[in-house]
Design a binder for this molecule. Structure first.
Ligand SMILES: Cc1cc2nc3c(=O)[nH]c(=O)nc-3n(C[C@H](O)[C@H](O)[C@H](O)COP(=O)(O)OP(=O)(O)OC[C@H]3O[C@@H](n4cnc5c(N)ncnc54)[C@H](O)[C@@H]3O)c2cc1C
Length: 269
């Protein structure tokens, strides 16, 4: 059994910054994460997406934020256990005992559960034929924005991800931003930037409408959307990006006897 001062479950931004805060107090940590890399949602779901709301950092991507957090904790020489899912957490007198799916055991007097939303997966397009185009022409996350250069891209969604990506990818591709409502939920400033680009023909906004059909054999050549008034429109499309949010699954965290209120931990066992 491996012993340390603090076991941190989750290598997302919260877990990584916890390493720093503990480190400056002289406490050693180990970090366990079931993903194959540190960074949580930032690295797994939006490594290339710009982030604008980190204090003192006007703009960085999910990957850059992760790298900066890792750089910040470098002096503490933290040991990471990746590809390991914590299955069991229990108390043994003054220590916490943590067991992973690889049958590794860890013990420490302190534990930090920084599991975020647990495991997460994107809510997918409802159209049945969408499945066969997944990871070819239909994507639920942008992992490498180079792949999306010089394309006709149809982006579905009304939240921050749809708006941020519409703005970012419009730098080198033609964008259709498609939403089932007239109002967008994303940041007003981003929306006003998008409206400016709409005026110069770089982004085309289509609302209120939904995906009706997809045309193409191996790859998409066009999509058809249906407006609320019943009219339809065929849109030349190479790539569909869909940002309908995530389905959150807490996974084993829900089984640890924590005092949970919905998906929030209330602070005691
Ligand atoms: C598409 C998208 C865009 C976003 N954009 C922004 C933005 O611009 N600005 C902003 O401030 N926020 C943004 N967010 C939100 C931000 O990413 C989250 O608030 C942040 O990642 C939460 O950090 P965390 O460390 O608490 O959890 P997470 O990042 O969720 O990390 C938790 C980690 O815990 C691990 N884990 C969970 N359960 C276990 C277990 N049992 N065993 C081992 N490991 C486990 C997971 O694998 C994960 O790596 C965005 C989120 C998404 C999805």
């Amino acid at each position: 059994m491996k012993k340390t001062d603090t076991i941190i479950i989750g290598a997302g931004p919260v877990g990584l910054f916890a390493v720093h805060q503990l480190g400056i107090k002289g406490l050693k940590s180990i970090v366990i994460d079931n993903l194959d890399k540190a960074g949580g949602q930032c690295i797994e779901l939006y490594p290339d997406k710009p982030i604008y709301d980190i204090p003192a950092v006007p703009e960085c991507t999910g990957e850059e934020l992760t790298n900066k957090l890792l750089m910040q904790i470098k002096p503490f020489k933290t040991e990471f256990f990746l590809n390991e899912r914590v299955e069991e957490v229990k108390q043994d007198r003054n220590n916490w005992i943590v067991k992973t799916n690889n049958n590794n055991e860890f013990s420490a007097p302190n534990i930090i559960i920084a599991g975020g939303v647990g495991s997460f997966e994107p809510r997918k397009l409802a159209l049945k034929e969408a499945e066969k185009f997944e990871e070819k022409s239909i994507f639920y996350a942008v992992r490498d924005k180079e792949k999306f250069k010089n394309k006709n891209i149809s982006i579905f969604g009304g939240g921050d991800s749809a708006l941020d990506w519409a703005l970012e990818l419009s730098k080198f591709s033609k964008i259709n931003l498609i939403h089932r409502r007239d109002e967008f939920r994303g940041a007003p400033h981003t929306l006003s930037e998008i409206k400016k680009l709409e005026k110069v023909g770089k982004i085309s906004i289509k609302t209120p409408c939904q995906l009706e059909s997809i045309e193409g054999k191996d790859k998409i050549v066009s999509i058809t959307v249906k407006f609320l008034d019943g009219k339809t429109e065929k849109i030349k499309t190479d790539v569909v990006l869909s940002f309908f949010g995530l389905i959150m699954k807490l996974g084993p965290i829900a089984e640890w006897g924590l005092n949970m209120n919905k998906k929030n931990y209330r602070g005691e066992f």
